[in-house]
Ligand binder design. Structure first.
Ligand SMILES: Nc1nc2c(c(=O)[nH]1)N[C@H]1C(S)=C(S)[C@@H](COP(=O)(O)OP(=O)(O)OC[C@H]3O[C@@H](n4cnc5c(N)ncnc54)[C@H](O)[C@@H]3O)O[C@H]1N2
Ligand code: MOO
Ligand SMILES: [Mg+2]
Length: 405
């Protein structure tokens, strides 16, 4: 059995980021991978502006105020946001200004409204004021022509805002990966068919489709393929032709009808792994084809499928997508809330939830049977406790590493 770290490295080293790009409108750029560095001709902020509602002042007029002093400044202009000031401040003058308003010439500071008292066209100020107070200086966040976003990041809400502010309305992104999904098994039916004896509903198709979508790729559903060599060979060949990655579930163990491996070899694939020291998910089979396409033969048990997705496929799809930072998922330390059992030969992943209690992460195991066929108690999982190879017991109150999903 291949250790998990080695399996992960083999997979990741095989994945080559897509080198096909397209340009999309800003409104369509969410969740895509940026394919070029973003620069802007603008300074950020664009101009000196006020961070508060108040009065734009010359700080030297207020510098010497002592306890009990009162200084009156004459208000010569009102500057709402979006208005261009017309007047320059002279000694003992100020301008009424609102948050986001452009600073007038001569002013170097803003006194917030709450620290003032208005008396007609004058304002009374009783506290000294330092230069630069509440002024957002032009270019103080980022200077014009500096790189605002590097290629290879996923465009999430903050990046959407940056693209908008840089006026990058045509965004060069990486083509979305295409991931074909095959469910293998004579026992499988769709959720729309009547459940007849001996059958089982193909839940993996739905799990994988949503997982692929969640990870920013497009799925190509290939449906259910029976355990018949010719049909499976046809489906696998067609999936390889249409997609960047192929994911299938089932048919990778040692049973008489587990045909996936021999078909992969027949179609010219090189098997990179067929048994990984992971529980659940041991018979994970990965093959590479001469055109470098990767095939993931995922064990059919639903929890095994999900754990393989979380442990290996998030990173693989991310790297394929062109994301620079593709290491997933995050692993953090927590305190185990019950006794857990591991194995001598496989790294075990036990599903549950991590919560912060008294500033510390705690791991709570999901109720119900922990078997790789029980997909029901996988719901609302946000963490899997990791018991490394040979750690057969972790007791309540002990530290444990958790994979956050
Ligand atoms: N003699 C041995 N038997 C098994 C071993 C072993 O080492 N020696 N490994 C076990 C482990 S661990 C796993 S995991 C499974 C993996 O089996 P396969 O990948 O070949 O998958 P199948 O046999 O086709 O199915 C396993 C299980 O999952 C159900 N299934 C399959 N596809 C779906 C689907 N699309 N949706 C929902 N459920 C699905 C299927 O009905 C089976 O119950 O092998 C063990 N056996
Ligand atoms: O590895 Mo299997 O996935 O234990 O059920
Ligand atoms: Mg089998």
């Amino acid at each position: 059995m291949l250790p998990i770290q080695e399996a992960f490295k083999i997979i990741i080293d095989q994945v080559q980021p897509l080198q096909e790009f397209e340009t999309v409108n800003l409104s369509q750029a969410y969740h895509r991978i940026l394919a070029e560095d973003i620069y802007s001709p603008h300074d950020f902020p664009y101009w000196d502006n006020s961070a508060m509602d108040g009065y734009a002042v010359r700080s030297q007029d207020l510098a010497n105020i002592k306890d009990g002093d009162q200084v009156f400044l004459k208000i010569i202009e009102e500057i709402p946001a979006g208005y261009v000031p017309r007047k320059k401040l002279s000694a003992n003058q100020c301008a009424r200004i609102f948050t986001g308003g452009m600073m007038p010439e001569g002013a170097d500071s803003v006194v917030m409204q709450e620290k003032t008292e208005r008396e007609g066209d004058r304002v009374k100020i009783v506290e000294p004021c330092a230069g630069g107070n509440f002024v957002r200086k032009k270019g103080s966040f980022y200077g014009a022509h500096s790189c605002l976003l590097p290629a290879g990041v996923r465009i999430n809400p903050p990046e959407m805002a940056i693209l908008a502010t840089a006026q990058s309305v045509d965004v060069k992104v990486v083509r979305s990966p295409l991931v074909a999904i095959i469910s293998t098994g004579d026992e499988l039916i769709t959720p729309y068919e009547d459940l007849s004896k001996g059958k089982i509903i193909d839940s993996n198709q739905y799990l994988l489709h949503s997982f692929v979508f969640q990870n920013g790729a497009k799925s190509i559903p290939m449906g259910i393929v029976p355990d018949q060599k010719d049909k499976l060979e046809g489906a696998i060949a067609s999936a390889l032709e249409k997609s960047d990655f192929v994911l299938s579930t089932g048919g990778v163990s040692v049973g008489e009808y587990d045909y996936v491996k021999e078909i992969l070899v027949k179609l010219g694939g090189k098997i990179l792994m067929e048994k990984v020291a992971i529980k659940p998910g041991k018979p994970l089979t990965v093959a590479v084809f001469p055109d470098q396409k990767l095939y993931f033969g995922i064990p059919g048990n639903p929890v095994s499928t999900m754990v393989i997705c979380w442990r290996f496929l998030q990173s693989a799809i991310s790297k394929l997508s062109g994301e620079t930072n593709y290491y997933r998922p995050q692993i953090i330390e927590g305190i185990c809330q019950e006794n857990l059992r591991g194995e001598e030969k496989r790294e075990c992943y036990i599903w549950g939830r991590a919560n912060i209690v008294d500033g510390q992460h705690q791991f709570n195991v999901s109720r119900g049977l922990h078997l790789s066929g029980n997909l029901i108690n996988l719901q609302q999982t946000n963490a899997l406790a990791i018991l490394p190879v040979g750690v057969t017991e972790v007791n309540q109150g002990e530290k444990i590493m958790m994979m956050m999903v």
